[in-house]
Design a protein around this ligand. Structure first.
Ligand SMILES: [Zn+2]
Length: 268
């Protein structure tokens, strides 16, 4: 009798645990998946010239369908759209990449927009940032954004492939190529990182562009448009995979300042 009771209590306890886990998950997710950011390496590693990674695009694709980054050797700008990868090289040429190509730094998410907002009269990058930030419900979470539209003007850059010994990113960006497009249709892919995480990702908005004809793109330095719909997804979870390389193991990742990142990523 005693044995039977114990078995029953174990059963009840298990049932209770299962139920409470399900209830917690339902409350937490509110019926939809939490947005999750996946990132390989850190922005301060890239700033210090860590341009070779072990992550293949094929693997990156298992963590998300929309993202951005760069390629081994800092060989241009990377854009991931609908699970396909595009490289914009320093001549501004766009090429679709195969899954065996490796990246030293990339960010991706399984994009599932929770709301769409309209931004109007966007004069420049600063104006874009200020207007979009007011639409965020939580100023300390990360966000993914996607904008498909026609842009009056968009200024993209790409960086030239480097050889070892690698210079720092602030030494490379004076040699970047800048392409200005007018009245171009395409997709902006971007991520918002709160300032407290500025050693991990570019603080504020980090955005890349790919034109609809897949012929133009790059890392966005400036943008101007009359009106566009911005799809937004809040990202409340963050998976960070760090490179397991000798370069990364021995790097001094304490030296990068926010000013260095602004100079390298915004052209300031
Ligand atoms: Zn970029």
């Amino acid at each position: 009798m005693k044995k039977k009771l114990t078995a029953l209590s174990v059963y009840l306890l298990t049932a209770l645990l299962v139920f409470s886990t399900v209830a917690y998950a339902a409350a937490e997710n509110n019926g939809r998946d939490q947005g999750k950011l996946f990132q390989y390496s850190t922005i301060n590693a890239v700033m210090q010239g860590q341009y070779d990674g072990e992550m293949t695009l094929k693997e990156l694709n298992t963590h998300g369908d929309m993202g951005l980054g760069t390629l081994n050797g800092l060989d241009g700008e990377l854009i991931q759209l609908d699970n396909k990868f595009y490289q914009v090289n320093s001549k501004g040429q766009v090429k679709e990449l195969k899954g065996n190509v490796k990246t030293p730094f990339a960010v991706t998410t399984k994009f599932d927009a929770e709301k769409t907002v309209t931004l109007s009269n966007v004069k420049d990058f600063q104006d874009f940032s200020e207007k979009l930030k007011t639409k965020f419900d939580n100023k300390n979470h990360f966000y993914a954004i996607k904008i498909h539209g026609k842009f009056d003007s968009i200024k993209n850059r790409s960086v030239p492939k480097q050889t070892r010994p690698y210079p720092s990113l602030t030494e490379v960006t004076p040699h970047q190529t800048v392409f200005e497009e007018k009245n171009v249709e395409g997709t902006i892919i971007g991520f918002y990182t709160p300032n407290y995480a500025s050693t991990i990702q570019v603080p504020g908005f980090h955005m890349h562009f790919l034109s609809d004809d897949k012929k133009k793109g790059g890392h966005i330095l400036d943008v101007k448009f009359d009106s566009a719909k911005v799809e937004i997804q809040q990202l409340s979870e963050f998976d960070l995979v760090l490179p397991d390389t000798a370069d990364f193991a021995n790097a001094d990742l304490t030296k990068t300042t926010v000013e260095d990142i602004e100079e390298a990523e915004r052209g300031k």
